[in-house]
Design a binder for this molecule. Structure first.
Ligand code: NI
Length: 257
């Protein structure tokens, strides 16, 4: 299985990433996509991808990190995209939970569009973060289609919208919330998402799955998420493991190793 979204670049892990990589590999996690959210974390993702064979990087600026960006940040992000271990662009998107003012939201939208454009120019799939911004996120993605596809990361939208995102070439990635006892919508999404568009992620150190909810998450917890999806769909975990691994490799055009 492959963790399609983790933050080994975060301070929780960065002092000793090897420990967390080995712990996860012992649980069957074969590869990791480390996601940047600002310039520094993107550089760290890049560095980890150079250091570990089964670590890949995505670089980009998260909507809530836009405000602290420097004028040269996007150029420096863009410079990393030519590396073959930098396989995705993100995480980018919209987050209206933290930014409520119209002015901030306008800036987020402009920046989202600009970063989709860069991803398209460099032929990279995008990693989309969206929170309390479902309408605008879908509108921007429809008007500015990601030409190389992408991922709706830790998908928290409705089951009804899954087909619309799939039609835009996006994959649906599920994380810890699908295991939460009171999570109705993610469980429904886990059942109806086409098997060839499903991915799994930990989003560690955030969003620990049940029964570890509230603790620091790590990539070693990926099987808890995968097993819950299998249970909900009434299939063996192996089926979800093989499908999500193949989906990841197809989306990022990686050779089978
Ligand atoms: Ni994330």
């Amino acid at each position: 299985m492959i963790d399609s979204h983790c933050h080994l670049n975060h301070n929780s892990f960065y002092a000793n990433p090897q420990k967390y990589i080995e712990e996860a590999m012992a649980k069957g996690v074969e590869a990791f996509l480390v996601i940047g959210y600002d310039l520094e974390s993107s550089r760290r993702a890049y560095a980890l991808a150079q250091r570990f064979e089964n670590v890949y990087a995505a670089v980009g600026i998260h909507p809530t990190d836009i405000k602290k960006r420097g004028p040269a940040d996007l150029g420096q992000i863009e410079a990393m995209l030519s590396d073959k271990k930098v396989i995705g662009y993100g995480e980018i998107g919209l987050d209206y939970y933290w930014d409520k003012s119209e002015e901030d939201q306008k800036e987020q939208k402009e920046y989202f569009i600009e970063q989709i454009k860069i991803a398209n120019e460099h032929q990279k799939p995008i990693i989309v973060h969206t929170r309390e911004a479902a309408y605008d996120t879908f509108k921007i993605l429809s008007d500015n289609p990601p030409q190389y596809g992408g991922i709706m990361h830790c998908y928290s939208g409705s089951a009804e919208m899954v087909g619309d995102y799939v039609d835009l070439g996006l994959y649906i990635s599920l994380g810890g919330p699908v295991t939460f006892l009171n999570a109705k919508t993610p469980k429904e999404v886990a059942k109806i998402t086409p098997l060839n568009r499903l991915l799994v992620e930990t989003d560690s150190p955030y969003l620990s799955p049940h029964p570890l909810r509230g603790k620091t998450n790590s990539p070693a917890n990926l099987p808890l998420i995968l097993e819950e999806i299998a249970r909900l769909r009434g299939v063996e975990a192996k089926i979800i493991d093989e499908a999500t691994t193949a989906n990841f490799r197809r989306l990022f055009r990686l050779e089978k190793q």
